[in-house]
Design a protein around this ligand. Sequence first.
Ligand SMILES: [Zn+2]
Length: 79
Amino acid sequence: MNRGCIAVGEIKCDSCSHLIEHGERYLLIEEKEDEKSRFCVDCCLSKGYAAYVEEKKGELMLTFFPARLDSREAQKDKI
Ligand SMILES: [Zn+2]
C-alpha cells in the first residue's frame, strides 16, 4: 500500500538518504506490517511512483500512484 504523505519533522529517504524536510511531500510504502519505506519526491519520480500531472489551468500537480506504473502494465498484459 502506497500513500502520499506530508513530512512531520525531518524524515530520511530510504532510497537516496536525502533529508525530507518538515512540510515536504513524500511517499510511504507499506510492504508488510513492519516494513515501511519512505521515498522523497525525486526518488518517486525516478522510480515511477509519482508523476507531475497537468491540471486544468496548466498547473502541474504532483500525483502519487497507488502502485508502480510497470506493475500496472503487467496487470494489463494478463487480461
Ligand atoms: Zn530519495
